[in-house]
Design a protein around this ligand. Sequence first.
Ligand SMILES: NC(=O)c1ccc[n+]([C@@H]2O[C@H](COP(=O)([O-])OP(=O)(O)OC[C@H]3O[C@@H](n4cnc5c(N)ncnc54)[C@H](OP(=O)(O)O)[C@@H]3O)[C@@H](O)[C@H]2O)c1
Length: 336
Amino acid sequence: MKFYKFPQAAGIDTLELHETPTPQPGRGQILVKMRAASLNYRDLNVAAGRAARGTLPPNLVPLSDGAGEVVALGADVTRVAVGDRVAGMFMQNWLGGDMEAYHVDSSRGGAIDGVLAEYVVFDQDGVVPIPAHLSFEEGATLPCAGVTAWNALYAGRSLRAGETVLILGTGGVSIFALQFAHAAGARVIATSSSDDKLARVKALGASDGVNYRQHPEWHEQVLALTHGRGVDHVVEVGGAGTLARSVEAARIGGQVHLIGVLTGGEINPTPILRRNTVLRGIYVGSRQMFQAMNAAIALHEIRPVIDRVFDFDRARDAYHHLKGQTHVGKVVIRIP
Ligand SMILES: NC(=O)c1ccc[n+]([C@@H]2O[C@H](COP(=O)([O-])OP(=O)(O)OC[C@H]3O[C@@H](n4cnc5c(N)ncnc54)[C@H](OP(=O)(O)O)[C@@H]3O)[C@@H](O)[C@H]2O)c1
């Protein structure tokens, strides 16, 4: 089978295509014929050789997110059947409850090998069925970006109909948050670098858009749009450089879900306590969250927003496209 690896990750163009015998599932494991994989911002960090913790293993197979069809079972597999359409989980062993350190050590495409391969062996517990109305390309977008957005809105103090959610930018996590919030009857305000992208998010259900290039003090626009009150939830993908404005854009007692690290800067804690802001760190999510999300996606027939699909032999181009940040939603690689 063909697969990609970074012999030593030192930039996108150090990604190499290789061949190896197709692996076989052992006891409790399944073999999945991968049909699609999707990229996250994190995969650009991995390509650059940056690990979330410690150092990246050499010869790493990249990408956490993929979907495919179960084609073989090892001994004692009862949870999954041949023919099931499944997606792999980001953290392979975080099934439910609170996250523990050892869950992080099972992260695909970082701590352990990822899914940019024709065949991948999973533990039977490391996959979830994808909703029936989704293609493999769509299903491949769910494990990181989808579950992260779901965790933000539903695994803490849950989003309620009529509340307002602020999303920053129009990348993978933010667009999933928009779709989940819109389906729940919440109002969505979006920021973006681009008016064209803001038109796209309005077509997807956002009530208002703020161009943060034209309005560097974008939190003031958000406050004006909420009659000075502020939003109930901020899906904070910007990091230290946007956090202060996110806190100002949230209502007193509002929740700011800390997800991203797109920008750097320094944080002053005083406004956080003065505004009683609830800051919540998010690291993807558990299988329990993934399954709850899939139930909602199936019920509302939500379709993940795919910006562009690349062929398997153009995987490097997919990375360059993501890095260019012209996308809205997800960038996907089709696996033959
Ligand atoms: N904690 C977790 O579990 C977790 C999970 C997934 C992702 N993340 C993090 O969340 C962030 C987003 O990930 P992703 O995969 O969704 O990224 P992505 O698809 O690459 O989207 C990035 C988008 O963010 C927007 N952006 C860039 N700089 C911005 C700024 N200063 N203010 C507002 N928006 C900005 C841009 O959209 P516009 O052009 O529309 O502005 C850009 O296209 C990354 O830092 C990633 O590492 C964390």
